[in-house]
Ligand binder design. Structure first.
Ligand SMILES: [Cu+2]
Length: 70
């Protein structure tokens, strides 16, 4: 995980803890070692891992949420 940076995503449809769990599961399915922090108040997700922003965006969208790289 050396060199990994936090990457931010706006996920406006993330409304509750269930959404957060689904998003975390989707990202970790793509990269089991990824760190995921979701903040409901701002509807933002931060991911720290070795994949590209597009890969995480794709994983989040695969769980049914629009995501924008920020
Ligand atoms: Cu929800």
């Amino acid at each position: 995980m050396t060199g990994a940076e936090w990457q931010g995503f706006a996920v406006p449809e993330m409304h509750c803890g269930g959404c957060v769990k689904a998003i975390e599961a989707a990202v970790k399915a793509r990269e089991p070692g990824a760190l995921v922090e979701a903040e409901l108040e701002t509807r933002r997700v931060r991911v720290k891992g070795l994949l590209t922003p597009e890969a995480y965006k794709d994983a989040i969208e695969g769980a049914g949420f629009d995501a924008t790289v920020i």
